[in-house]
Design a protein. Structure first.
Length: 257
């Protein structure tokens, strides 16, 4: 099986983590904000470690392997990260969406149900994750790609649960909340195809692909996850979750990557 297909399949499996993580929404129980803060923190910590150890570090090494000096490799990664974050910033400001905790962003639209604004927001969040997995496989390093896919799947589980719980608190049925949470992860294979296809066509694009994915994920962490943690956590529970998630992904990447 070629790397593009592997990237798409792995990103699909990672995306389905949102649905798996959301399964507890079917139980007759709702968590307090402290639990949600910890879960959001874990997801954010995993994303932050994946950005660092699975994208920026190997992207820099790939640039050096292509013959660039370390200074030029650093410049490529820095420019790519800024470009990836800038592209996602542009998309966020051009497409209408609504975050569950932050509220509405982007241009105002009429006659569009609030639930679809939520779906749009989470879709914008998940696309960079699929892109990162696809780039990981497109590099030709299957182990690295699998490690990144596993990390994203683990990150999606608490995120999917928090989304489903939030929809349930807005009086949507548990099964509807589960279905929406699962649906939002299905954009990740699209990102996986784009990422794997980009770097498989030309290995020279690998450092740029990893930098773009890293920048997009950093934008999500800073623009969405950190503010959500600040709003939903009590005390330092969200911070402890970030640290726990970061350590888990770091250990996975060091041990397997």
């Amino acid at each position: 099986m070629d790397t593009v297909a592997l990237g798409a399949i792995a990103s699909l499996v990672a995306g389905l983590g949102t649905g798996v993580g959301a399964l507890p929404v079917l139980l007759p129980w709702m968590p307090d904000t402290k639990v949600e803060g910890v879960l959001l923190g874990i997801g954010g910590g995993i994303m932050l470690a994946a950005t660092s150890f699975s994208l920026i570090v190997p992207g820099t090494e790939a640039a050096v392997d292509l013959g660039y000096s370390e200074a030029i490799a650093a410049l490529i990664m820095g420019l790519g990260i800024c470009l990836g974050g800038g592209l996602l910033w542009l998309v966020h400001n051009r497409f209408p969406h609504e975050h569950i905790f932050k509220g509405k962003e982007g241009p105002a639209v009429a006659n569009l149900k609030r639930i679809w604004l939520f779906v749009a927001a989470i879709t914008l969040h998940n696309f960079p994750e699929g892109l990162a997995v696809g780039v990981g496989f497109g590099s030709g390093n299957t182990t690295q790609g699998l490690t990144l896919a596993l990390g994203i799947a683990l990150q999606n589980m608490p995120e999917g649960l928090v989304v489903a719980w939030s929809l349930k608190s807005l009086h949507y049925s548990p099964f509807y909340a589960l279905g929406i949470s699962t649906l939002t992860g299905l954009v990740e294979p699209v990102g996986g195809l784009v990422g794997a296809g980009l770097v498989s066509i030309a290995q020279e694009a690998l450092p740029w692909g990893m930098a773009l994915a890293a920048g997009a994920m950093l934008f999500v962490i800073v623009d969405e996850i950190i503010p959500d943690i600040s709003q939903k956590s009590l005390g330092q529970s969200g911070t402890l979750g970030v640290m726990a998630g970061f350590v888990v992904m770091m250990c996975l990447d060091i041990a397997w990557g």
